[in-house]
Ligand binder design. Structure first.
Ligand code: NAD
Length: 366
């Protein structure tokens, strides 16, 4: 098997953590008998500096030929005053996701038992760890619905929330299929007591459920879900929800786990990755470019390494290789290894390269 991966390191700590993710992919390939062809392209502020646009056409064209894309982070204070279409996030990340047809955002919130002390939750809630997945619809709903406008006198404004049954079905399929691979519980989150789009959402979920007899489907109103996530997050396995609810709930869920430096994500499309038998996707840590620590070998590489594990699982259909990476991360944490963002006061912190090396060694030993 031979896969084509595009690396988009981006700005700030992006290149440091993307290098870590790429090393984990290479190691997984060597150990699990497949080959990678990786190419690197510009995105974000560095692309604006070099080519005059944060998403150069060559970068987009290269991504279209890939089985999967691994991205670092984009942005920095020097780009904040550019017009919106030239800013790294608005001018590169959003169009990249749209152009690649990525409609499903997967955000796992996993608290490794070894890191229970850094969670915002009480120890009795976190002692056994935490492992849930938020599946968010990414291209519809109120962020994109038309009309979206300010009135002529500027005194009122309108946003429109629209969903078609087709849009709802495809994200629900992603949710059901994710639940099938995990603890087989899917909680569909909506506001069906108030919103018509939510009533269509719930009706569609009920209709699809018989296609997934092994998955237990439940429904929850979004306000209750926000509360349950901090009261008893362990009740959830997979949460599937629409764009705005998912935006808010995935950030809330991720903060239960401690540091931004631990959080991977995947954005998936519907077309198959060419060689791979998986789904084409863009994988990136949740964190930004962290200009305050860029170039200091101080970034936590684990979010990028765990993003690489998601890439192996979802786009390359290499679950054993994905497990190997995730277990190596868990083992490194279990062994007490920490970067500065997750180190308890008074304990020694490793640099980006040293933590990466520790994970690679544990992959080898697995
Ligand atoms: P940030 O995520 O870059 O940093 C927030 C804080 O978390 C900082 O103190 C940083 O040092 C720390 N941090 C982040 N990642 C870390 C890691 N891997 N290891 C250790 N510490 C880490 O968010 P911000 O400061 O609000 O944004 C900085 C820039 O990143 C801005 O230009 C913003 O627009 C951009 N940004 C990009 C993305 C993206 O590329 N997906 C996401 C968010 C922000």
């Amino acid at each position: 098997m031979h896969y084509h991966i595009v690396l988009l390191p981006g700005d700030g700590i992006g290149p440091e953590v993307t290098a870590a993710g790429a090393q984990a992919l290479e190691k997984a390939a060597q150990m699990h008998g497949f080959a990678l062809h990786t190419e690197t392209a510009l995105i974000g502020g560095c692309a604006y500096d070099a080519a005059g646009h944060p998403l150069p056409p060559e970068t987009l064209a290269l991504c279209r030929t890939a089985d999967a894309v691994l991205l670092g982070a984009v942005g920095g204070p020097q780009y904040d005053t550019l017009p919106a279409h030239l800013r790294p996030e608005a001018g590169a990340l959003l169009p990249l996701r749209k152009e690649l047809g990525l409609f499903a955002n997967l955000r796992p919130a996993r608290l490794f038992p070894a890191l229970a002390a850094v969670s915002a939750l009480r120890p009795e809630i976190t002692a056994q760890g935490l492992d849930l997945l938020v599946v968010r619809e990414l291209t519809g709903g109120i962020y994109f619905g038309q009309p979206k406008a300010r009135s002529a006198n500027g005194e009122s404004a309108t946003d429109t929330c629209t969903y078609s049954r087709t849009e709802i079905e495809r994200i629900l399929h992603t949710g059901f299929q994710a639940a099938q691979k995990r603890a087989k519980r899917l909680c569909s989150v909506d506001k069906a007591n108030v919103l018509e789009t939510s009533r269509l959402w719930r009706e569609t979920a009920v209709k699809l459920a018989p296609q997934y007899p092994g998955v237990e489907l439940s429904h929850m109103l979004v306000d209750n879900c926000a509360m349950q996530l901090v009261r008893d997050p362990r009740q959830f396995d997979v949460i599937v929800t629409e764009n705005m609810f998912g935006d808010i709930l995935s950030d809330e869920a991720s903060m239960l786990t401690g540091s931004l430096g631990m959080l991977p994500s995947a954005s998936l499309g519907s077309h198959s990755a060419a060689a791979a038998g998986g789904v084409f996707g863009l994988y990136e840590p949740v964190h930004g470019s962290a200009p305050d620590i860029a170039g200091k070998n101080a970034a936590n590489p684990l979010a990028a390494i765990l993003s690489a594990a998601m890439l192996l699982r979802h786009s390359l259909a290499q679950p054993a290789a994905a497990d190997c990476v995730e277990k190596a991360v868990a083992q490194a944490l279990h062994d007490g290894l920490r970067t500065a963002d997750i180190a308890e006061a008074g304990t020694k912190a490793l640099g980006t390269r040293e933590m990466t090396e520790a994970v690679l060694q544990r992959m080898q030993a697995a």
